[in-house]
Design a protein around this ligand. Structure first.
Ligand SMILES: [Zn+2]
Length: 255
């Protein structure tokens, strides 16, 4: 019996999608620091290397490092305090905290492996050390939660699924929908997990966790109806985030 061209294509398409799914499911592991199971295709060494490689590129996009060494030291000192008092210290990551010169973009972000950045535009809007700890705690949360590595594994799956869909043509619709649903669902989770981890780290390092709520309000005011890139562009709406932060404070304060 000979397979028709169309049937063969469909079979190949399904095989490619199945391969992608098996590889993705096979890369599931429990994050020892958050307890959450996630698909990861990078080693921690690769995460650190990617972060170090991209740090100068990210800095360039924000006008380079801020020249005020005292402010740089302050950011580094608050970051170190958060790391030293929390589970972040037990991770293999090398945390470094940088103040970027950018006076316009209100933002903070983390690269995989521990490179963490805050722009001067956000820094100058903060009113106290606790709020800075809130921003940095949230970013440490992205590193400990391995969110970038998780996204990379997801986009690998999405690419494989898309290839399978192209080859198989007929099975395409279902496959590409599956990939998109997976990617959408996770952007929201990243921000909420980082908020909760940030609150936990703040409490452990002796900071006032209520300052995380103030940070949300500062970001909301700063955006003035416009989008703020990383910190707030996340899909959960600010009110929902504040509600979840309150729940996290309740949860971790009594532990
Ligand atoms: Zn974030």
């Amino acid at each position: 019996m000979k397979l028709g061209g169309r049937a063969l294509k469909l079979f190949l398409g399904i095989a490619i999608v199945a391969f992608g799914l098996i590889r993705y499911c096979g890369s599931q592991e429990e994050n020892p620091y958050t307890g959450r199971t996630q698909a990861i295709s990078l080693s921690t060494e690769e995460e650190i290397a990617i972060g170090l490689q991209n740090a100068p590129i990210m800095a360039d996009q924000h006008g380079g490092m801020h020249p005020d060494q005292q402010l740089q030291d302050f950011v580094a000192q608050v970051g170190k305090k958060l790391v030293d008092h929390t589970i972040a210290q037990e991770t293999p990551y090398q945390y470094e905290f940088h103040l970027l010169r950018d006076p316009k973009t209100v933002n903070a972000f983390a690269l995989p492996g521990g490179q963490i950045f805050i722009t001067y535009a956000l820094m100058e809007r903060l009113e106290n050390e606790d709020q800075l700890a809130g921003v940095l705690g949230h970013e440490i949360g992205h590193v400990v939660g391995r969110h970038a590595a998780e996204r990379i594994a997801q986009s690998e799956l999405a690419n494989t699924v898309a290839t399978g869909a192209e080859v198989g043509a007929d099975a395409g619709m279902l496959a590409s929908q599956l990939g998109q649903t997976l990617l959408l669902k996770n952007g929201r989770g990243d921000e909420l997990e980082s908020d909760a981890l940030g609150v936990k780290f703040m409490l452990e390092a002796g900071y006032n966790p209520e300052a995380m709520i103030e940070v949300m309000q500062i970001l909301k005011a700063a955006s003035g109806g416009q989008r703020v890139p990383e910190f707030q562009s996340s899909h959960p709406d600010p009110e929902n985030r504040i509600q979840k932060i309150k729940e996290a404070i309740e949860k971790y304060q009594n532990n």
